[in-house]
Design a binder for this molecule. Structure first.
Ligand code: BTN
Length: 237
């Protein structure tokens, strides 16, 4: 993981660059890192604020030999790798909020976006995009993010090394990924649950079909969240 790193000063989105590289036969573990994104994308078609020099904007290309419906497991694996990397590199422990937001005291420090290219039963590539707020100060966030976002530096009170966090992330991801390929999802699920917030409690989740509310039961072995709502159990991907 991270044996081959494509660093670019400015890109529209590292997801897009990684997709092009994947079509160009780039190997598994290729990492695209940018200093700035002009069209950073978040989940649910949202924009992702990615200003120059303060965050980690990166996309990791994987080519796992697993069925496409298991791809969500890799998002959870990535969330554990990021949480552990922040812990090791900066000494703070983020919480994971389903499915893949990392929060510190309720404020978002990292978001993850997974995109899958698959054909019938075969995965061509999985691209895991990670956006981490590292050295932003409160005044650096736009008004609408001020109350809901934080950064590593805001939490620790000192500037952090982005390259150190990226190296730590690659090491953690590689360790977890090898464990996953060898032993399956179960050990990852346990780690994920140890960082997770809100399992057992009530939660609201927004889906493409609207909002559902219920009790979060946990994650299934496929890596999807199970919620018990009024209408019965619902699985959220
Ligand atoms: C989210 O929380 O909505 C996910 C945000 C993912 C942002 C990252 S930044 C690097 C990669 N490139 C993008 O355009 N998006 C992801």
């Amino acid at each position: 993981i991270g044996q081959s790193i494509f660093y670019r000063e400015t890109v529209d989105s590292t997801q897009k660059v990684a997709l092009l590289l994947s079509q160009d036969k780039a190997p598994e573990g290729t990492l695209v890192v940018a200093d700035e994104q002009t069209a950073g994308r978040g989940r649910m078609d949202r924009k992702w604020h990615s200003p120059k020099g303060t965050g980690i904007w990166m996309s990791l290309l994987l080519r796992p030999n697993i069925p496409p419906q298991k791809a969500p497991q890799l998002t959870l694996l990535a969330a554990v790798a990021v949480a552990t990397a922040i812990e090791e590199a900066a000494g703070i422990t983020p919480e994971i909020k389903w499915p893949n937001d990392l929060l510190v005291e309720g404020k978002k420090i990292t978001g993850i976006l997974t995109e899958l290219q698959a054909e019938s039963d075969r995965i061509h590539s999985v691209i895991i995009g990670i956006g981490m707020n590292v050295n932003q100060k409160i005044g650096d966030f736009p008004e609408e993010l001020k109350d809901i976002a934080t950064s590593v530096a805001m939490e620790t009170g000192s500037e952090a090394s982005r390259s150190k966090i990226i190296r730590e992330f690659c090491a953690q991801f590689e360790k977890l990924y090898l464990m996953y390929l060898e032993k399956g999802f179960y050990p990852i699920k346990l780690l994920w649950e140890s960082y997770a917030k809100g399992i057992g409690g009530r939660m609201r989740a927004r889906t493409y079909n609207g909002v559902i509310e219920g009790r979060a039961l946990g994650i299934t072995d496929d890596g999807v969240l199970e919620i018990e709502g009024d209408g019965g159990k619902v699985h959220l991907i």
